[in-house]
Design a protein around this ligand. Sequence first.
Ligand SMILES: Cc1ncc(COP(=O)(O)O)c(C=O)c1O
Length: 447
Amino acid sequence: MAVEMTTRPGPRSQALIDRDSVIMSGSLTPRYPFVIERGEGARVWDVDGHEYVDFAAGIAVTATGHSHPKVVQAIIDQAQKFIHIAGTDYYYEVQIRLAEKLAAIAPFGENARVFLTNSGTEAVEGAIKVSRWYTERKHIIAFYGAFHGRTLGALSLTASKVIQRDGFFPLIPGVHHVPYNNPYRCMHGREEQACRDHCMCIDYIEDVLFKRVVPPDSVAAIILEPIQGEGGYLVPDSRFVQQIRQVCDRYGILMVIDEVQSGIGRTGKWWGIEHHGVEPDVITSAKGLASGMPLGAIIAREHVMSWPPGAHGSTFGGNPVSCAAALATLELIEQGYMQNAIEQGEYIHDALEEMRSHHPSLRHGRIDGRGLMIGAELVLDEKRTPVKELRNRVERLAIDAGLLILGCGESALRFCPPLMIDRATVQEGLERFERALTGAEQEAGLL
Ligand SMILES: Cc1ncc(COP(=O)(O)O)c(C=O)c1O
């Protein structure tokens, strides 16, 4: 295939990148040279006039696409009425309506209570607090590969990349990390099939952690992502998730499911946990909830979220404009985008499977996911040796090919476009992806 690409960034983009580089905090992850001018649906344009297909959706955030007219209208209508009043002190209907809607779609058969935040990390902070408050226990179990956020409590649970934690110790005490189930690559080095046939990872909690490190009756919560996001768009075996529920039930531990990335229809169901046939006690939500407006939520079983007035609060959490955007978002997702996520997701999955035969770096890697949360691992050989540099190069060349796509995990790429993306745009995005992949493989001498 001919590799046609325009070198980017253009001059206006470059000038802005140069200004950014001397003024913004250097802590932001290394970024790709795309400077947005505007977006519409699943397409964006840079300040030099180049057009791109968006397979990144601002890290799985712009669920209804860029600036969906109904979301924009809801924002305008609410902003014209009032922008802020402080839900900690006064009431407003748009917040109540959103909480009622979230409670109605909560993935457990019990009444729910809702606390609204501004971000994913804040939702996780609150989930830690409500778990400690309710159980009167201190310890939390989290998983290797997990990403739960950057504030100190959530960061203590995060075990994705050491750079995210380095320099910030001591983190909160009482957090214990254990292996997450990877049906494709067992952390214990066991034969792959052993991990598939009988999930050994769960034994680690009972046989090692509870016997040697921490008594189970001092553990407040086990927190996990139903599909690991930053960890590589990794879908665990459902038996693993079900066994965690059993451990929680056995010892009176709360099961907290972090749906910040996997929730709000992204996987073709409201919540990623619904794919595993398990009902959690608490969930956290954020990214897709308000199509890009800052909003997060903790949704808990009513008897769990029974903390008293003053125990937790937030000035901006549940901002009325964000709540209005969320109500419009949820309506659009319910009315068809969730079903679209299933159909377009299957198409992307099958297309990637087909690409295996002519792309050596895709040949042996994991291609997995649910709905429009699909990960494809780039690896060198049958042993699945990760090729991070090649993955990074694909991300960069994708910009030149007119595609936004982000990496995750050691050497995976995530396909998480807006949930409204249509077939023609999916196909165009996949063609551009293949162009970038071909370019990177040629440079690496693989083709
Ligand atoms: C699963 C998960 N939890 C929490 C967070 C933190 O969310 P935020 O960046 O909004 O603080 C993220 C962000 O990527 C996430 O993927």
